[in-house]
Design a protein around this ligand. Structure first.
Ligand SMILES: [Zn+2]
Ligand SMILES: [Zn+2]
Length: 363
């Protein structure tokens, strides 16, 4: 069983116990094993030299960083000590999310040596000076394929630096909404290979889904599959920037990160197991599993599919049930065969991959 932990939760200033209490309450309500809290490296003046590459009076990145470094890391460390001296009924751990820049490993190391943080997330937010997640970023003069290539190279360099326990949102470049023309398979492959060798976890980041509208919960299915193949560690994270987002899509991510679970898809409300036995329904409000609906599987030629009459009766019933009880916008159904049945039910095919067809049904 994986530990029930949201590995990436940003703290809202100021550093007071009053501000921490709602995080504790929510972590307990979600039955988390531990509460993990972190802050950005760009908050702290001690990290200033790490950001040299983007210091500029004229660029978007330069203007962004000029507004940072509002606190000292010692303010954060004092707060950590204050919290660690008390018992809140749940273990609380503190970390930091560090912006990774090539050739700044020594500078990063020096700051991290100031306090033994429980965990350190290394994230690539700047690709050779280009801040891909900044508001109003201009992609018009960017070579997208090259950007992706460099993104993964930098993430691998971050892994090899041995400064980090986790790589934050390793599949985040997609939040730009601009996809490469090249297949990312080789980059994913290299990334999980190094993550496995260096024993660094990769954070499945639901923030990409609920904050940026990326169409998966932080990681492409291909990346998830490869991570399992290489036995690389995946950890659930919400990248919450306010306590109410802590644990978003937790159950779903836990299932996807679990090494025992193979080949899966997840939509907002419905989780689909790879063997077609059941649909699991997750609440939109707190991400918790609320129900499981089973189907009768029928095995044929090594693949699992539903019997015709099962599809017709159960799926209709299932949709009616979902609509009535969960008010879902849509569900995603999956089958290797019997496309016509799905189409006859009014489902619109949304995409197809590896001979598996995905269908989207809108109420
Ligand atoms: Zn980040
Ligand atoms: Zn973050």
């Amino acid at each position: 069983m994986m530990e029930r932990i949201d590995h990436h939760v940003h703290f809202e200033l100021p550093y007071t116990l009053d501000n921490l209490l709602p995080y504790i309450e929510r972590a307990k309500a979600l039955q988390l094993d531990e509460l993990h809290i972190l802050d950005h490296s760009h908050r702290f003046v001690e990290f200033k030299s790490v950001y040299e590459e983007i210091m500029s009076d004229t660029t978007l990145e330069g203007k962004w960083i000029a507004r940072k470094f509002k606190s000292s890391i010692y303010d954060y460390i004092e707060f950590i000590k204050l919290v660690k001296n008390q018992d809140f009924g749940i273990p609380i751990k503190f970390g930091i999310e560090v912006c990774y820049f090539e050739n700044k490993e020594q500078e990063i190391k020096h700051v991290l040596e100031l306090y033994p943080f429980d965990f350190v997330i290394g994230s690539v937010h700047f690709i050779d000076g280009f801040g891909y997640d900044l508001d109003n970023q201009d992609y018009s003069n960017v070579n997208i394929d090259e950007l992706y290539k460099r993104y993964f190279e930098l993430e691998i360099a971050a892994i090899k630096s041995e400064l980090f326990s986790i790589i934050g949102h390793p599949d985040a470049l997609k939040l730009s909404g601009i996809n490469p023309t090249i297949d990312l398979y080789d980059y994913y492959d290299a990334l999980v290979n190094e993550a496995s060798i260096y024993n660094v976890s990769l954070d499945m980041n639901s923030g990409l889904y609920y904050r940026y509208g990326v169409n998966h919960l932080g990681m492409d299915t291909q990346l998830i599959k490869l991570a399992k193949l290489y036995d690389a560690s995946l950890v659930p994270s919400s990248d919450a920037h306010k306590y109410s987002d802590l644990g978003n899509h937790m159950d779903c991510m836990l299932r996807m990160c679990d090494k025992q679970t193979t080949s899966i898809e997840c939509s907002d409300n419905v989780y689909i197991t790879d063997d077609f036995n059941s649909f699991e329904v997750y609440s939109k409000n707190n991400g918790k599993l609320v129900d499981t609906i089973s189907f009768k599987p029928h095995t044929q030629k090594g693949s699992v599919m539903l019997e015709l009459h099962d599809i017709l009766s159960d799926i209709k019933e299932f949709f009616a049930y979902m609509h009535e009880y969960y008010h879902v916008e849509h569900v995603v159904a999956i089958s290797n065969e019997e496309k016509s049945i799905y189409e006859a039910l009014g489902m619109e095919k949304i995409y197809s991959k590896e001979s598996i067809n995905y269908y989207n049904y809108t109420f």
